[in-house]
Design a binder for this molecule. Structure first.
Ligand code: DOR
Ligand code: ZN
Length: 343
């Protein structure tokens, strides 16, 4: 296949940041995606409907003139989120989900939840209102190996959570393991998962290829090849429980290339080309449209998009850096050639 026209996709997990960073990265996402679920891990986080309304306005104001793009807002769950805020979120219409970060798990997660059971009243309200819970599914216990944090979260927290709240709609975000795939496959139909391009294209070997590679460091961290293959199988299987979420997470070059480098891969520039490369690798380009454009809106109970985008098979070289906050941003696969591009 040399050319692929599909319904315009949406990104069901995206970090846009704020201010000048937002202005720099937003055009990349808006060029490919009609809508995106916007992560609330700003400093300070988006904790209230009022915070989300103001952030949404800043995103819309940062769009290039004439560019259509709908930010689907989320609230950042804390130990103190109230059931009343959930009712207000539902009434707002523009808040589509609530994001759970375990305190200390990743970038700007200090205000995250210290004990998931503290949120049971909020989960009950979300179950009632039909608002999806988006999980950063990792434990933060220092004694748990970093490569096991997703698996332990599923066993220790997620299985009990879904049995306490069987009607709660849950997205296990950016899944990275065979364990997560199996959990989602066996769970009830309220449970879905997003998958990033980096977890479809790379195993943890990419972190150490010829040296230490900070631009391949994200959380949850890349895993063994057997896990990558399980994710690729899930994404390309045509199962509506698995859909696209890039987790594109911009950090300046210097904060990645540091003695304590930040977690996050930047894929917004070329996400659809990366997903096409991954799907083609297992001869499954025919399943790309549903993964990218159908299953997400179906899960979120939103209409599918009606416009289309076109990808062509034409090799191009990803820039070494894109302009970002005076110091630059290194995209995923920087400096390498990839086979697909969006026209
Ligand atoms: O790699 C990541 N980067 N994982 C996250 O959970 C957060 C994200 C970010 O905000 O940079
Ligand atoms: Zn994320």
């Amino acid at each position: 296949m040399q050319k692929l026209t599909i319904t315009r996709p949406d990104d069901w997990h995206l970090h846009l940041r704020d201010g000048a960073a937002l202005k720099a990265v937003l055009p990349h996402s808006a060029r490919q995606f009609a809508r995106a679920i916007i992560m609330p891990n700003l400093k300070p986080p988006i904790r209230s409907v009022a915070d989300a309304a103001a952030y949404r306005d800043r995103i819309l104001a940062a769009l290039p003139v004439g560019q259509a793009f709908e930010p689907l807002m989320t609230l950042y769950l804390t130990d103190n989120t109230s059931p009343a805020e959930i009712a207000a979120a539902k009434a707002s219409k523009f808040i589509k989900a609530v994001k759970y970060y375990p305190a200390g798990a990743t970038t700007n997660s200090d205000s995250g939840v210290t004990d998931i059971r503290k949120c049971d009243r909020v989960f009950a309200a979300m179950e009632q209102e039909g608002i999806p819970l988006l999980l950063h599914g990792e434990v933060t216990d220092a004694e748990v190996d970093v490569f096991d944090r997703e698996k332990v979260f599923i066993e220790k927290h997620l299985i009990p959570l879904v049995s306490r709240f069987p009607k709660l709609r849950v997205v296990l975000e950016h899944i990275t393991t065979l364990d997560a795939v199996q959990f989602v496959l066996n769970a009830n139909r309220n449970i879905a998962a997003t998958i990033t391009p980096q977890h479809l294209l790379f195993s943890r070997n990419a972190l150490f290829k010829g040296g230490l590679r900070p631009h391949y460091y994200c959380l949850p961290i890349l895993k063994r090849e057997q896990h990558r293959l399980a994710l690729l199988q899930a994404a390309t299987s045509g199962n509506p429980k698995f859909f696209l979420g890039t987790d594109s997470a911009p950090h300046t070059r210097n904060t990645k290339e540091s003695d304590c480098g930040c977690a996050g891969c930047y894929s917004a520039l070329h996400a659809m080309a990366l997903y096409a490369e991954a799907f083609e690798s297992v001869d499954a380009l025919n399943h790309l449209e549903a993964f990218a454009s159908f299953y997400g809106p179906d899960f979120y109970r939103l209409p599918r998009n009606t416009e289309t985008i076109t990808l062509v098979k034409k090799t191009w070289r990803i820039p070494h850096e894109v302009s970002f906050l005076d110091v630059g941003l290194v995209p995923l696969k920087a400096g390498e050639e990839i086979p697909w591009q969006m026209i």
